[in-house]
Design a protein around this ligand. Structure first.
Ligand code: SF4
Ligand code: SF4
Ligand code: SF4
Length: 374
């Protein structure tokens, strides 16, 4: 079901008013959505049952200080919350959440998921150091075009930027700027729109408009990956890209897909004795500290590149500006293409590493050759 809502002031207020009506009419019990922090310097998710609180919320934030899938996982991993919870998530957050559902680390029962045409987000550091009022304004103007200038690199090549996997999709592209459209993609979504008394509408140009943006982004994405692949070819170049890594593991901690309860890289198995360090130093002629940077990144990639949703969160969290999300997204793009898998898209499709077969991918079973050895 498609609905067109004429908005009185601006699109932000239009979304707030829609969210409030969900609570006021008892369609949902509580809502999880972003809000400016009291200092007005950033945003945080808030879970509330009070419609009045929504007057001050920012249903779509210009930055991603936390990956929303992680919050929903914390709230639902042991069972659904009481009643129905509406949650607004960006498309990449929603895909991460659906991936976590497959990993039994979250559930969708009792949720009304809402997503939207995402123009991207500003790099968190740029926003924290920038003119926030101006950036907020630029962001809401970008919402109309579904493209944000100055967004994070991965957002500028994000081709899965629409909310069609949600129960309710909020659309901005290809419609009049004084409207927002709502599209239901599930029974619970359609019921909610009907209970709100909306009438069905026809959206004529929206899909054409979105397809054009998608095509542009796909072309940009292809070009970017070609360039970046060249940049990381061989151990020396990949180490050059990772050279500023301080091994803080922030990228791992903020990643919605890093789901292991205990990380191998934080475990006792990975604790090396001083004697071993000495041996390695002697063997190599010198040992860089902290060691095993490449092993950490390759190990993490090995675990989760099939499920990486290219959300860019890890790069935002990196204190030394390592292009870690770009690196992971490139590898993820290739791993996912190999298995014809889009993380979070189809809830029924198992994650490829959960369906391991002994007889597959034989073409990759070659002994390692020292192609890059000096
Ligand atoms: S990667 Fe960026 S553009 Fe794509 S959905 Fe996430 S925040 Fe939006
Ligand atoms: S890539 Fe950045 S966030 Fe990740 S371990 Fe290295 S320094 Fe820390
Ligand atoms: S590796 Fe980075 S880009 Fe990929 S899902 Fe994790 S945080 Fe997002």
């Amino acid at each position: 079901m498609n609905v067109l809502i004429k908005i009185e002031k601006d699109r932000k207020k239009g979304i707030v008013s829609f969210m409030k009506s969900l609570l006021e009419k008892g369609i949902v019990t509580q809502i999880l959505l972003p809000m400016k922090t009291p200092t007005k310097t950033s945003f945080a998710y808030i879970l509330t049952k009070k419609p009045d609180i929504l007057d001050n919320c920012d249903p779509i934030a210009p930055v991603m200080p936390i990956q929303g899938a992680r919050i929903v996982s914390k709230l639902t991993k042991k069972g659904p919350l009481k009643g129905v919870t509406a949650v607004i998530l960006r498309p990449c957050e929603l895909r991460a959440l659906r991936e976590l559902v497959k990993l039994r680390q979250a559930q969708l029962n009792g949720l009304l998921t809402i997503s939207f045409d995402c123009p991207g987000v500003f790099p968190l550091r740029d926003y924290l150091n920038g003119d926030k009022e101006k950036m907020d304004e630029i962001f809401w103007q970008a919402i109309n075009k579904c493209e944000l200038e100055g967004s994070r690199p991965l957002c500028s090549i994000c081709h899965l930027f629409t909310g069609e996997l949600a129960d309710i999709e909020i659309g901005f592209g290809g419609i009049e700027p004084d409207t927002i459209c709502l599209t239901s993609h599930s029974e619970i979504g359609e019921r909610a729109l009907r209970e709100l008394g909306y009438e069905e509408a026809t959206l004529e140009n929206r899909q054409i408009y979105l397809a054009e943006i998608k095509e542009r982004k796909l072309a940009k994405r292809k070009e970017f990956f070609e360039e970046f692949r060249h940049k990381i070819k061989g151990p020396e170049r990949i180490m050059a890209v990772l050279t500023n890594c301080i091994n803080c593991h922030n990228c791992m901690r903020v990643c919605p897909i890093c789901f292991c309860r205990e990380c191998f890289f934080d475990s006792d198995t990975f604790k090396v004795s001083p004697e071993d360090y000495m041996l390695r130093a002697e063997r190599k002629g010198g040992l860089r500290f902290m060691p095993d940077t490449l092993l950490f990144h390759l190990g993490r990639m090995n675990h989760m590149s099939i499920s990486c949703v290219a959300c860019g969160m890890c790069e935002d969290a990196c204190p030394t500006s390592v292009p870690v999300a770009r690196l992971f997204a490139l590898v993820a793009n290739e791993t996912q293409a190999l298995f014809n898998y889009i993380p979070g898209k189809d809830l029924e499709e198992p994650i490829p590493y959960l369906t391991y077969q002994e007889e597959e991918l034989k073409e990759y079973e070659q002994p390692y050759t020292e192609e890059y050895a000096p």
